[in-house]
Design a protein around this ligand. Sequence first.
Ligand SMILES: Nc1ncnc2c1ncn2[C@@H]1O[C@H](COP(=O)(O)OP(=O)(O)OP(=O)(O)O)[C@@H](O)[C@H]1O
Ligand SMILES: [Mg+2]
Length: 291
Amino acid sequence: MAYESEPILESISTLGESLKKAPEIKGVPTGIKGLDELFFTTEFKRGKPVKKPLGGIPQYAVVNLTGVSDTGKSLMAEQFAVKRASEGDAVCFITVETTAPFVSAALKERARAMGVKDISTIDQNIIIIDAASYHRLREYIPSLLDTLAYAIKQYKIKYVVIDSITGLYESREMMARQVVRQLFNFMKKWYQTAIFVSQKRSGHEELSPEAAGGYAVAHIVDCTIVLAKQFIRSRYDESLYGLPIGELIRLFRIDGCRMCGHDTSTHVMYITEAGLVEIGPTLKELRETKK
Ligand SMILES: Nc1ncnc2c1ncn2[C@@H]1O[C@H](COP(=O)(O)OP(=O)(O)OP(=O)(O)O)[C@@H](O)[C@H]1O
Ligand SMILES: [Mg+2]
């Protein structure tokens, strides 16, 4: 596209003017045990910095949740949707790989496991967009965003989950940056707090923020959470994780968050028998308890 060279005066503002539109940072409880305490802000008391826990992921953040297959990404995304909906908020769940009936069954299962008292609240408050069944939504991002804008207005949606964004650029990974940028800008414009699930290829380093499409996703979003699973294969692993050879250990790490402070340690992560993700102690804490 050829542009005429002219100044865009609307793009200029003083910091003071922009600040009036800046939202105050608040935490959004996620329904994932052990996660909400890992984000914080810093306040100054008598000139000294004091950590103030956020009690959730930062509101209006776009969080990228990445990991290889079977690491618990969908479970976490579902828990988040159920938690918000059970507290009366409208949540849009954009399903890209699994069709709406299967996702709704999974969400119901998650709600039961989480002990949601009035299950009917989630029936009302979770709005599913089925991009798995409607190819056009998957292949043509403007259609997806128009559909989402309609749903946001209609249902007063505040939270968006996309499982997964990788499915939106599956056969065209070189488009990842452009697709993710469009989705990210949309969430900002509509003041949504969002979880974008993204898939890592098995060749990627387990705990790095790299996902299919390269580092594009992590660079664009506000926050990246990495999930991994590791088998105990050697004596070294045994002593590192305090588990016998052949066992599986699940790992969790917040790779970065530009909106607030956060824990940077690698934690053990559990998937309970009921199918709920819980964040456990740091590896250092785990080793100390096993001594
Ligand atoms: N209802 C359940 N009860 C117990 N464990 C479950 C349940 N559902 C899933 N799991 C376990 O959690 C693991 C992770 O599941 P999940 O669907 O969240 O993975 P994922 O990271 O989204 O994988 P993918 O990239 O393939 O979509 C499963 O492999 C399974 O071991
Ligand atoms: Mg999944």
